[in-house]
Design a protein. Sequence first.
Length: 381
Amino acid sequence: MNIYLKNILILIALTVIAKVNGQVRIVNSINNSAALNSSAFIDASSNSSINNSTNLGKGLLYPRTDLTTFANFGGNPIGIATSYPTRFDGLLVYNTGTGNTLASAADAIVTVTPGFWYYDNKSTSLKGGTWKPIATTATSGSSSSDILKEDAINKSTDGTFSSNSDIKFPTEKATKTFVKKLTNSNINIGNTANVATEVVVSGDASINNLGVLTINDNTISTSKIIDGTITNSDLNKPTIPISGFGAAVADIDIAGYKVSGVGLPLDGDDATNKQYVDERIANATTNNNTTLLSIKTSNYTMVNSDYTILCNAANSGFTVTLPEVATSINKILIIKKIDVTNNIITFAPNIYITNSETISELNYPKSIKIQSNGTNWYIIN
């Protein structure tokens, strides 16, 4: 029998009161006197004839009640020092019913089953308590550790345990077997015997202890890529050279499409674009076949068709902006100040006289002839 039940079921039930003076009647005896000043409330051990018997007077037989129909606590007055001062706190009964208790007896409605129940009432109200069960006994012949085991209906049969029983098994052992520690970043995988086994993640990917899966370097091969699944954004095509990722080994066919965004040529074998070629042809035509001359009296930006600019700063100085030097390789220009004032003609950018000396303005009548090497404009006369 459960230890808790043993402690609860102390002899507390009153037997039939035989005499007004408080004498206690015990089975087969009506002459026992009151146990004056005894620490025991009821004493049945002092009857020698009962002690010597194998079968007589060996237990307390409790009255039975159905807590599903138990409507109220009887007895008045209730809750005073001399009459049920604890409001039936600790009242022990044997219940025969199955179902819910009645709110008329206790505010807390409890689902009960047959067995011993006690009324737990620490409140100041008769109905403020709760019916609670006394723990049931363990299976006959079971040890105290067996009480912690699960019934066969709930047990797993996939493992072998220290107590390999068909009826019960040790929950603690099962927990240690199936819920155990794992080495950092390892995982549990079911093996061919359907048993969880700790393994190290290996191969093309790795996993950390936060559950983040990472594809390892140099592990994705052609056979692992589904055809037609690589998009332009995956390839980042703008960064791929026209020859691919290495020097071309054969002619490149661009299927009638044009090449755009070509930079200015710097070396003799560099490719270029139509605009650059057109400008070179225009420069050659202008410099070699046509002498274009114009007079300017205010700020002016020179264009490819210009060749000779006559600057008249008689009224005020102004700025002459030269063509883009990088797109004017070999182009020749003539600039002449034709007025006799000190008003300044400013050049943008500066014009080189030597490798390190430049001029940025002219304030007296003079003619200069300049040419571009693709980096700077130089005076060549």
